[in-house]
Design a protein around this ligand. Structure first.
Ligand code: SAM
Length: 437
């Protein structure tokens, strides 16, 4: 008697890094490989991880095919495990080698379940057989594809439709859009979730309405980053605003957002919005002094193109470009997820705007690491986010423009910080990171 199963362990080398980092391509190739080998597919699950790599398995009636990829090493390791005479796993091998453009490979076939070591027992228990026979033979193929954002200790996975709607490696970052089942279309930059259709309102309402409803006469606003268009969309609800300059470094982000996130990117067609594709650091350095009533730094995390946006020099330039009564609001990272950066940012702002003019506030964004995110309200001339809030004006605003997160009460509550966050802010920290520049 033949062994129960054939297990081919495959290592593919010098593969196309793009191909073995593209979850849809891998899924389709693996499904085809199973089909060509004559297997009956039952279900499949694939995960693509940030920043690189895909893992997946296809369960077939005749056992399974599994894959793990390391695009950064152009390497893919595959298990082709089949049983029965009808399926030839080597057909799958040939197909996948082509699909992943592997320059060379190594493989070994193991016979699994050596007959001389096996003793068949009669499992003739009626219920077992009946159970099996009861299950309808009609196999409905179940498919699941997951995107996982992770760092060493924390991960968030979103199941999605499997198709990567937008994928471009721009000069600055990898720009992707997927359609997640729980949060709708999702913008991902370098493997980090930036904005989703279902929870973007939290971020965009809180980074815009808090300063806009405090500033006495807001006319000219600068957004650094914000290439999804969400912050500009919310700002346009404030009638006093005459001009919004949006300075986004990556044209691909704007392109992807206009194409797949029209509800967020609606602002780009408004004549008040001036879209400038440029590095925010260069823009602010060349900007004349006292130009803007409000400067919103709606940037990615302090890595890659945004690293320079988390420096003392940059914030000093922002301060210079604010009008005397100006306000800067930034996304200032998470006190729970990137505690050190959060702490150092607060210290840096106080050095530039003064101890009493820096007011961090919190909001809860389900698809951001740990869910707790902070913003920082920094005023050039002691405008206070609570004392200078005209609550009636805020309530009238939300009556006219119904919000999903922002209310006049949330405005005040957001500045009430949990004890551990207050402790973080009051603990003097040696500014070692980029913020000391
Ligand atoms: N809500 C998101 C967050 O909290 O992470 C931010 C969203 S918004 C899409 C961030 C934008 O900042 C990105 O489109 C990115 O390209 C842009 N960006 C990063 N560095 C930049 C720079 N130096 N100048 C201008 N825009 C920049």
């Amino acid at each position: 008697m033949q062994s129960l199963g054939r297990h081919i362990i495959v290592e593919f080398y010098n593969c196309s890094p793009e191909k073995i980092n593209n979850v849809s391509h891998i899924e389709q190739s693996m499904l085809k490989a199973a089909e060509l080998a004559g297997a009956t597919i039952i279900n499949s699950t694939f995960h693509h991880f940030s920043p690189f790599g895909v893992s997946g398995v296809i369960v077939i009636e005749e056992s399974h095919l599994a894959i793990h990829t390391w695009p950064e090493y152009q390497f893919a390791s595959i298990d082709l495990f089949t049983c029965g005479e009808l399926v030839n796993p080597w057909i799958s091998f040939d197909h996948l080698k082509n699909e992943f453009e592997a320059e060379h490979s190594s493989s070994i076939e193991l016979q699994r379940g050596q007959p001389h070591l096996l003793k068949k027992i009669t499992l003739d228990k009626p219920d077992v057989r009946d159970q099996a026979s009861k299950t309808d033979r009609q196999i409905t193929y179940q498919r699941s594809i997951w995107f996982t954002e992770r760092d060493d200790n924390i991960a968030l996975s979103l199941r999605h439709t499997g198709d990567i709607l937008y994928y471009k490696q721009s000069e600055y970052q990898k720009v992707e859009i997927i359609d997640s089942l729980a949060y709708g279309k999702t913008l991902i930059l370098d493997g980090m979730i930036m904005t989703t259709e279902k929870d973007e309102y939290v971020y965009h309402e809180m980074i815009t309405h808090i300063p806009s409803l405090v500033h006495p006469k807001l006319e000219k606003v600068l957004i650094i980053g914000g290439g999804d268009g969400g912050a500009a969309r919310e700002l346009l609800k404030h009638d006093t605003i005459q001009q919004i300059d949006l300075v986004e470094i990556d044209a691909c982000v704007i392109e992807a957002s206009k194409q797949f996130l029209p509800g967020i990117a609606s602002s780009f067609s408004d004549p008040k919005v001036n879209t400038i594709v440029d590095d925010g650091i260069a823009f602010i350095n060349n900007c004349e002094s006292e130009q803007y009533d409000l400067i919103i730094v709606d940037s990615t995390d302090p890595v890659g193109p945004a690293e320079g946006l988390f420096t003392k020099t940059f914030y000093q330039q922002v301060h210079r470009c604010l009008t005397p009564n100006g306000i800067m609001v930034t996304q200032s990272e998470s006190p729970t997820f990137n505690t050190h950066v959060f702490q150092e940012i607060q210290q840096c702002y106080k050095q530039i705007f003064g101890n009493n003019n820096v007011h961090p506030y919190l909001a809860y964004i389900p698809t951001y690491p740990s869910g707790m995110w902070s913003f920082s309200f920094c005023s050039k001339n002691s405008l206070h986010p609570i004392h200078d809030l005209d609550k009636q004006k805020a309530m009238a605003f939300t009556k006219q423009h119904p919000c999903k997160y922002y209310t006049a009460d949330i405005h005040q509550a957001a500045f009430v910080l949990p004890q551990f966050v207050q402790n973080l802010i009051n603990t003097k920290k040696k500014m070692k990171n980029i913020l000391s520049n």
